[in-house]
Design a protein around this ligand. Structure first.
Ligand SMILES: O=P(O)(O)O[C@H]1O[C@H](CO)[C@@H](O)[C@H]1O
Ligand code: HPA
Length: 293
């Protein structure tokens, strides 16, 4: 009934991968972190590291994008066991959508309860500046409008329900926690909240496309995160996601600005340290019993 490419990985495939990982480390993470473009330094914060190259992990795709190292790092952050993807997968790399989101199901099987995702994104909101950190409160899944959703294909109820709710995709308490911590750290001037819109990429948006996205209510645009969030929510993990605004999109035909990935990576360096501090503080305030301190 479903074409071969939509079948994704079975529960047993995912279990084989997570068992393979668990057999090689004593760390039992309850927080999973995904590093966006140029934000791989987040993984370097982990102590007592056990590192796996993606190429060595059964069933894992390979990272092909500059700024995504391709390593799964287990470790502790101020004593809290974590696992961190130093490099994620994107639709435009050519992998089936079920493959780019496979790590979320592996996270779940490793024992992860909370996923913290980061990304580099283009700012659509006219009040945003390069270097702003946006706490994502909602998303627009553009590829999903055309049926490109990671949950397409047979549904295995052991992962989650056939029709998962997405109106609560971004955990409100965790959002508030991120905002509160941002304020405490003195980030008020560059801490924003908003809606992230995902496109397939890899071409950046045209001026007309940016204008539409802005009119639709998106504050930032990128090529990731949303697919991972859908799969993470499907299997019941809580999600908080942060966009680093690395460029302002071009909305004006008189502008000479041109988006490019090297500038994105360069700009992510500006705030990488502060973003790392925000994420690590969020991690230390999440209790294993899912309460916040
Ligand atoms: O979303 P992350 O992985 O941070 O990467 C962003 O940066 C790349 C474009 O420069 C795209 O892949 C976009 O999605
Ligand atoms: O302007 C952008 N568009 C899409 N993805 C991005 N990732 C960083 N910046 C951008």
């Amino acid at each position: 009934m479903f074409p071969e490419t939509n079948k994704g990985f079975s529960y047993e495939d995912c279990k084989a991968t997570s068992d393979w990982l668990l057999a090689q480390t004593d760390i039992r993470p309850n927080v999973g972190i995904v590093c966006g473009s140029g934000l791989g330094g987040l993984a370097d914060m982990l102590k007592d590291q056990v590192v796996f190259n993606y190429k060595d992990i059964p069933n894992f795709p390979q990272s092909t994008v500059h700024g995504h190292a391709g390593r799964l790092v287990f470790g502790t952050l101020k004593g809290r066991p974590c696992v961190c993807m130093q490099g994620r997968f994107h639709l435009y790399e050519g992998y089936p959508i079920q493959k780019i989101t496979l790590p979320m199901r592996i996270f779940k099987m490793l024992g992860v309860e909370t996923v913290i995702l980061t990304n580099a994104a283009g700012g659509l909101n006219q009040d945003f500046k390069v270097g702003d950190i946006m706490v994502i409160k909602d998303h627009i899944n553009m590829p999903g409008f055309a049926g490109n959703n990671p949950l397409v294909g047979p549904n295995d109820e052991r992962f989650g329900v056939r029709f998962p709710c997405m109106s609560d995709a971004y955990d409100r308490e965790l959002q508030q926690l991120a905002v509160d911590i941002g304020q405490e750290l003195g980030y008020g001037d560059f801490l924003k909240e908003g809606v992230y819109c995902v496109l397939g990429g890899p071409s950046f948006e045209t001026i007309a496309e940016c204008r539409i996205l802005h009119k639709l209510g998106a504050d930032a645009v990128g090529m990731s995160t949303v697919h991972e969030v859908i799969v993470a929510r499907h299997c019941g993990m809580r999600v908080v996601a942060l966009s680093l605004i690395t460029n302002l999109v071009v909305m004006d035909y008189d502008s000479q600005e041109k988006a490019n990935h090297e500038d994105v990576l360069q700009a992510s360096k500006l705030r990488a340290g502060q973003l790392e501090r925000l994420v690590s503080t969020v991690v230390t305030r999440i209790e294993p019993n899912n309460n916040y301190i």
